[in-house]
Design a protein around this ligand. Structure first.
Ligand code: PRP
Ligand code: URA
Length: 241
């Protein structure tokens, strides 16, 4: 099984973790394209290891997904513009930095994306939250839509689409497509674990949208689950299996 060979997987990885060095070398060898950023902070890698463990309980799994999502916010928001303003400390006047530029929106892909929202909102509490309902049909593996509600000023916001798993990429491609149809312009995808196949498919469909992930795994199995992955994120979050 050589999932990284061939022209299908054409994308560039920024910020490569040692853990994924071997995978990433192969990925980088393929040609240009969109930007995938791997967030490889030790705390993220540690918590991801706990998430992958099948013995981790639903409660711990939920807490860990929120924590990893929160840690990823640092990297995902690194480019946000700041403006200088003057304030007074109890001692004297000084200049401080305040976030400026576009307001933010977080859009979870239901269900599993919901598990990341609170962790992100802890750090960007003024972000508005939209929802996109999609599930992957177990037979066709194609995304099936059932809900879409976005903030009315979505075209003026910087948007983070969140879904823990990027497997075939079908769900993420559809979710971002719905947001673009409704006027969304500046969009990033934030996932915990991605398969190379999903990254390639996503960049092909939405070449201007960056992907932030905590790990790039090996490949998809015959049921299009990520290997080694963490299993079914929605079921593990909500205890439905
Ligand atoms: C999972 C996951 C993604 C999708 C990824 O959701 O949360 O949305 O599968 O697979 P893809 O990249 O091949 O489309 P699922 O369809 O299981 O729904 P759920 O969140 O309701 O459990
Ligand atoms: N959805 C999941 O929850 N996990 C996978 O590995 C693939 C799709």
């Amino acid at each position: 099984d050589e999932p990284f060979e061939g022209g299908r997987h054409s994308f560039r990885l920024d910020k490569i973790s040692a853990y994924e060095e071997e995978n990433c070398k192969k990925l980088e060898a393929s040609s240009g394209g969109g930007r995938t950023v791997v967030i490889d902070h030790p705390l993220v890698r540690h918590k991801l290891g706990l998430l992958r463990n099948k013995e981790t309980s639903s409660k711990d799994f939920r807490d860990l997904v929120q924590e990893v999502a929160g840690l990823m916010v640092y990297e995902v928001t690194r480019h946000l513009p700041l403006e200088e303003t003057e304030i007074e400390t109890p001692i004297e006047k000084t200049r401080v930095f305040t976030l400026s530029g576009k307001k933010l929106a977080v859009v979870p892909v239901l269900r599993a994306g919901l598990g990341m929202v609170e962790g992100i909102l802890k750090l960007v509490p003024n972000a508005k939250v939209g929802h996109i309902g999609l599930y992957r049909d177990p037979k066709t593996l194609k995304p099936v839509d059932y809900y879409c509600k976005l903030p009315c000023d979505i075209s003026e916001r910087e948007i983070f689409v969140v879904d823990p798993m990027l497997a075939t990429g079908g769900s993420a491609v559809a979710a971002v497509g719905h947001i673009i149809e409704r006027g969304g312009k500046k969009i990033s995808l934030v996932s915990l674990i991605a398969a190379p196949e999903g990254i390639a498919t996503f960049h092909e469909a939405h070449p201007d949208v960056d992907i932030f992930v905590a790990a790039v795994d090996s490949h998809l199995n015959e049921h299009c689950y990520i290997v080694p992955g963490l299993g079914d994120a929605g079921d593990r979050l909500f205890g439905t299996k």
